[in-house]
Design a protein around this ligand. Structure first.
Ligand code: GDP
Length: 342
């Protein structure tokens, strides 16, 4: 999720989380460390007629809690962007702002497929709210005057995208999402358009999956550090997005650090404990193994020098020196990025 400050990135993530909690079976969505997993059947429920789960061979969507575009640039996986797909959030009243322009540039440079969430449609004067409705349905409830304003605002964004070098259109008119950016009108406040957003994301994922999104869910894990955090009872820990393979509680891992790769043994693998159980116990639950794609907290010795954005690799049956060399090579890239951003 990228976009200018206050355009609604946090609200949109919260809304997606909220609606999937309500619509889904209990426990169907899982809160990860630094991410939220929305399984396919829950996407199907939220998106209603817009998504037929039987048409997809994906497990669902994993939303990464990237609070800003700054972290987006440093969050990489093997040279590419960590996220397979991005959502560029644009406030329909504000249009493109400096951070929107920066975000577009990042997306273009990293060749990350993206959709535009044209947010806050509910603020159009006279807007009639149909909570959590698909956008076509809510548009039917609007007066001609509101619909005209809606179109004007959306066309402004489409124009701005064109100035930035991207052909785009209302998402329902886009035939080929490779050459055209889909614009999805949404409200993070009312949930309108959220079904559409999930449907478009699923469509994109399915399309790109065939080529370069294949995830290995059995081999030694590969991930990216979201944050380095002190955690009571565990010392310094890593919040990691695991994008390939598995990590186990008895693995040796190599992590990028300030002074080069750190080799350490996992002490504990942690995921958030369900809310209901937090009061009596630690916020975290220990697990033996976690498979991509997932967010996980890794507790291990010697993590003080680890850096956000750095690669994490599980060694397991591979040669330790090879793994260290891999991490070293990727670390060079992260360092260059950080330098450029000052
Ligand atoms: P971020 O800085 O991009 O994460 O933006 P936030 O999610 O914090 O949103 C900024 C402000 O806009 C907050 O006051 C939100 O309540 C408000 N906001 C976000 N989305 C919507 C929306 O769809 N409709 C309305 N009316 N307000 C919104």
């Amino acid at each position: 999720m990228l976009g200018h400050v206050d355009h609604g990135k946090t609200s949109l993530l919260d809304k997606i989380r909220g609606s999937t909690v309500i619509e889904g079976e209990a426990g169907a969505i899982t809160q990860h460390i630094g991410a939220t997993a929305v399984p396919l059947d829950v996407v199907g429920e939220v998106a209603g007629s817009l998504v037929d789960p039987t048409e997809f061979d994906l497990p669902g969507l994993l939303f990464i809690d990237t609070p800003g575009h700054h972290s987006f640039t440093t969050l990489r996986s093997r040279g590419g962007a960590l996220a397979d797909i991005a959502i560029l959030v644009v406030d329909v009243n504000d249009g493109f702002q400096p951070q929107t322009e920066e975000a577009i540039k990042i997306l273009a440079d990293s060749e990350t497929p993206f959709v535009v969430a044209a947010n806050k449609v509910d603020t159009i004067p006279g807007w009639q709210v149909t909570e959590d409705a698909p956008i076509q349905q809510t548009l039917e409830a609007q007066s001609d005057r509101v619909e005209q304003q809606f179109n004007e605002k959306l066309y402004e964004i489409i124009g701005e995208l064109s100035d930035a070098g991207f052909t785009s259109d209302f998402y329902w008119r886009v035939q080929d999402f490779r050459s055209n950016v889909g614009v999805v009108p949404v409200s993070a406040m009312t949930g309108e358009g959220i079904p559409d957003l999930l449907a478009v994301l699923m469509g994109l994922a399915q399309r790109y999956m065939k080529e370069d999104m294949e995830i290995d869910v059995t081999g030694p894990g590969a991930g990216t550090v979201l944050e380095v955090k002190e955690e009571r009872g565990f010392g310094t820990t890593l919040d990691v997005i695991l994008y390939d393979g598995t990590v186990r509680a008895d693995d040796t891992v190599v992590v990028g650090g300030v002074n080069g790769p750190i080799v350490t043994d996992v002490r504990a693998l942690l995921k958030p404990r369900p809310l209901a159980e937090i009061r009596t116990e630690s916020r975290f639950e220990k697990v033996d193994e976690i498979a991509a794609a997932a967010g996980v907290k890794i507790a291990a010795p010697d993590l003080d020098d680890a850096i956000a954005g750095a690669p994490v690799r599980v060694v397991r049956n591979r040669d330790l020196d090879d793994v260290i060399a891999d991490v070293q090579a990727e670390l060079a890239e992260v360092a260059v990025d950080t330098g450029e951003e000052g």
